[in-house]
Design a protein around this ligand. Structure first.
Ligand SMILES: NC(=O)c1ccc[n+]([C@@H]2O[C@H](COP(=O)([O-])OP(=O)(O)OC[C@H]3O[C@@H](n4cnc5c(N)ncnc54)[C@H](O)[C@@H]3O)[C@@H](O)[C@H]2O)c1
Length: 336
């Protein structure tokens, strides 16, 4: 297999993780790094002395020596950079959130299709051992038909100056929810508020799915404690994922409610099931490394990534719907 030449744009907080993982993969070579901030490039040089660097993204985006670019810059820059990359025949790995508007995401998906190029949106959590295990448990019917998905991602800060907590943290939960529920969301309701600057610093999002499945996501930068907890309820089993646990991140509970007849509901003769709890083994491979390896593989084989432009677009549509609902203090916004 030929080695793919990848250029990376953006070496702030997350960019170094992308560069480090690309360096560890034999299927690619990091051909160039761009950041408009020379201090970021100096930092990169200390770790990668022979890496070609530039402050001009156009140099990288138009270079005939580059097959794919990773865009690791703020959300509002994603569209222009990705569009130029695709127009120059390059595959694109782009950070969450895919774009600042659904309209931009649609345009990029269409452009990539027309040019037969791959887009992968960095929904990193899909490649964690925990999410892979949850998806496996759901696909294998272990949880039974789903009742709900309930996720909390709260902590103190880090306040972002360009996006709200919704656009910063909720893409993680929305992409996980989209992946594990596997159905298309029907409507969004969101409430929230901004207390510190102009951007919302806390938000409660409800997402409605077909078949009475409901998801709830709580994201908050003003929490005194850090919580990374997801509950998934199914008719057969229930699951708790505590991502702050070093081991036993996932626990599956054989707990639930058995109603033997409709009459049982009226008579309150509901029996509660309280069976075993078990912690399945969760793979510890670094998610970003697995994800980038899969990106290179999709380019080589022409396969469509799970977290392609369409997946990125679905998340951006939900974020836009949540923004609208929040502005209307919790109106129901349908996703067409
Ligand atoms: N997948 C994850 O878990 C995860 C985690 C953190 C951040 N992110 C995403 O990564 C992206 C970057 O976030 P960050 O926290 O690293 O931001 P950051 O502000 O720390 O870094 C962004 C870097 O991009 C550079 N930059 C901006 N515009 C540029 C341009 N036009 N050309 C060249 N360089 C440019 C800046 O100089 C800066 O060094 C965001 O989309 C964010 O949502 C993803």
């Amino acid at each position: 297999m030929s080695v793919l030449r990848v250029g990376v744009i953006g070496y702030g907080y997350w960019g170094p993780n992308v560069v480090r993982n690309l360096y560890s993969l034999a299927a690619c070579e990091v051909a160039a790094l761009c950041d408009q901030n020379p201090a970021a490039l100096q930092r990169a040089h200390r770790t990668y002395p022979s890496l070609h660097t530039t402050t001009d993204a156009c140099e990288l985006l138009t270079s005939p020596d580059i097959d794919a670019v990773a865009i690791v810059t703020p959300v509002w820059t994603h569209y222009e950079l990705a569009r130029t990359a695709l127009e120059n025949g390059k595959h694109v790995f782009v950070e969450k959130s895919f774009t600042a508007t659904a309209h931009q995401a649609e345009a990029l998906v269409e452009l990539a299709d027309r040019r037969n190029l791959r887009i992968m949106v960095d929904h990193t959590f899909l490649y964690t051992g925990a999410v892979k295990k949850i998806r496996e448990l759901i696909d294998n019917g272990v949880l039974g038909p789903l009742y709900y998905f309930d996720s909390s991602r709260v902590n103190l800060g880090l306040f972002q100056h360009d996006v709200s907590v919704l656009w910063d943290l909720a893409p993680h939960d929305l992409s996980i929810m989209d992946h594990v529920i596997g159905e298309r969301a029907e409507a969004v309701v969101a409430t929230g508020a901004s207390h510190v600057n102009d951007h919302a610093d806390m938000a409660f999002i409800t997402v409605y799915f077909p078949g009475n499945v409901v998801a709830h996501i709580n994201v908050n930068w003003l929490s005194p404690v850090k919580v990374r907890m997801t509950l998934i309820g199914g008719r057969a089993k229930m699951l708790v994922w505590n991502d702050l646990e070093a081991d036993e991140k996932i626990k599956v509970y054989d707990r639930g409610v058995n109603v033997t007849s409709r009459q049982g509901v009226y008579d309150l003769l509901v029996s509660y099931r309280s069976g075993d709890v078990w912690a399945p083994r969760v793979d510890q491979t670094e998610a970003l490394k697995a994800e980038l390896a899969y990106f290179l593989d999709c380019i080589a084989t022409g396969a469509t990534p799970v977290n392609d432009g369409q997946a990125g677009l679905r998340v951006v549509r939900m974020l836009e719907a949540a923004d609208r609902s929040m502005a209307e203090r919790g109106s129901v916004v349908r996703l067409s």
